[in-house]
Design a protein around this ligand. Structure first.
Ligand SMILES: *Cc1c(COP(=O)(O)O)cnc(C)c1O
Length: 420
């Protein structure tokens, strides 16, 4: 075991991002010694606590209703601008998206619904009545699709994916066709961590004349994205995972500029109107991506997201990805050495280039009950998460996770598997 400890220490010592770990409020949870769930809920930054306090005192408390419109005293501009400004910052730091195409609002589920409906409406007007999706996608995406299909009489064409891998280019090529309105997938599969070939799949969907919608919840802030260069039409994602925006932080949506004014989302609210304060009699959509906003945006909840994005801007997404590949590679080596001999299976791609920011291991033939084991790990201060039927997911957020922490978590897991 000593050589693993030496290797973890050496990796930490050589880590150019190690200093960013100290920016987090690590002492807020003294009982947690290894946090391996930063892909479900990122840790808070110290800057977030200060920024929320300052916002309450000076912005909300000081400016009150005047905060909505920009004025000379406020360098950040008015809150009305925040959904698009923060969208642009996420676009630049993480999405490979030029300005004016991304917006922050609602939850991922709600934004996903809006974009699916917009794409389905566009498709139906062109005689396209099918949506292609995969059975391994996150439940909320599948449930929203079922609802839209029932509402609008479109057919869902499901691709069966390997739970230990994910959607492939060949599967998409075989499923799309002249009736496809929309194809939608997760870029990084929430179970296995499989990283889909987003540029290839986007091209295949376009070859069939359809639109593509990527769910980026497990890639934003972890894997570099090039939405503009790949020609992506639509995308959504969470800000409370690798962007550390806090529980229930608002989501982002991307709508490529070439679709502005052509695709219409269904929740027509006053904040997506061309002139919200005209309070006029008929709905007229705002030009551009602002049409995706419906009601009053969650400004207070954007304060932590701004702090998270600011940290990512300083660290740089390429450096984050480089550390992420090392973290999951180290976890894979540890799993092979310490867990696989007991019958545990690795349920993630072995190739770092095809893997996102987490690694999943399954109970396999070990005889261990991984749900029970997860509860016991949590009680001991080691926090991964459990995903049915038998997977323990090790989410390794590069800005807040150390290599020593990964070692500690997997050693704790080995101890429990061995005694099972
Ligand atoms: C986490 C996650 C979501 C969560 O959606 P919410 O509306 O924020 O609950 C959606 N899709 C994927 C792929 C996710 O990983």
């Amino acid at each position: 075991m000593a050589h693993w400890a030496a290797r973890a220490a050496a990796l930490d010592a050589a880590d150019p991002l190690a200093g960013h770990r100290d920016e987090f409020l690590l002492q807020a949870a003294p009982a947690v010694s290894a946090y391996l769930d930063g892909n479900s809920l990122g840790r808070p930054l110290r800057a977030t606590a200060a920024a929320v306090d300052a916002f309450v005192h000076h912005e909300w408390g000081g400016r009150l209703i005047q905060g909505w419109s920009g004025d000379a005293h406020v360098p950040d501009g008015g809150w009305m601008d925040w959904p698009l400004d923060l969208g642009d910052r996420i676009g630049r730091a993480a999405l490979g998206a030029g300005p004016g195409q991304s917006v922050v609002a609602d939850s991922t589920t709600v934004l996903f619904y809006k974009l699916v409906r917009a794409a389905v409406g566009h498709g139906l007007a062109r005689g396209r009545d099918e949506v292609v999706a995969d059975t391994g996608n996150f439940p909320t995406d599948r449930f929203v699709l079922e609802g839209v299909a029932a509402e609008h009489g479109v057919t869902l064409r499901w691709i069966e994916t390997d739970p230990a891998a994910g959607i492939t280019l060949e599967q998409v090529r075989a499923a799309v066709g002249p009736r496809t309105a929309l194809a939608t997938f997760s870029h990084v599969a929430y179970r296995s961590g499989h990283l889909a070939d987003a540029p290839g799949i986007t091209g295949a969907v376009h070859d069939a004349g359809a639109l593509v919608l990527w769910d980026l919840s497990h890639s934003v802030g972890s894997v570099p994205l090039e939405l503009d260069a790949w020609g992506v039409d639509l995308a959504v994602g969470c800000t409370y995972k690798y962007l550390n925006g806090g529980p229930g932080a608002p989501a982002f949506a991307y709508l490529a500029a070439r679709h502005h004014g052509l695709l219409r989302q269904p929740v027509q609210g006053w904040m997506g109107h061309a002139d919200p304060f005209a309070m006029g009699s008929g709905y007229e959509p705002a030009p551009g991506v602002r049409q995706l906003v419906s009601g009053t945006p969650p400004i207070l909840a954007m304060v932590p997201v701004r702090a998270g994005v600011e940290q990512l801007e300083r660290a740089g997404i390429d450096a984050v990805r480089a550390k992420s590949v090392l973290l999951t590679g180290f976890a894979l080596d540890l799993a092979d050495a310490l867990l696989v001999p007991h019958g545990v299976h690795v349920l993630s791609p072995r190739d770092g280039a095809r893997r996102g920011g987490h690694l999943t291991v399954g109970a396999g033939t070990s005889g261990a009950d991984f749900a029970d084991l997860t509860r016991r790990l949590w009680a001991g201060g080691v926090v991964p998460d459990f995903r049915t039927p038998d997977g323990i997911r090790l989410g390794l957020a590069p800005l807040s996770t150390s290599f020593v922490e990964v070692l500690e978590g997997i050693v704790a897991l080995e101890r429990l598997v061995r005694s099972a």
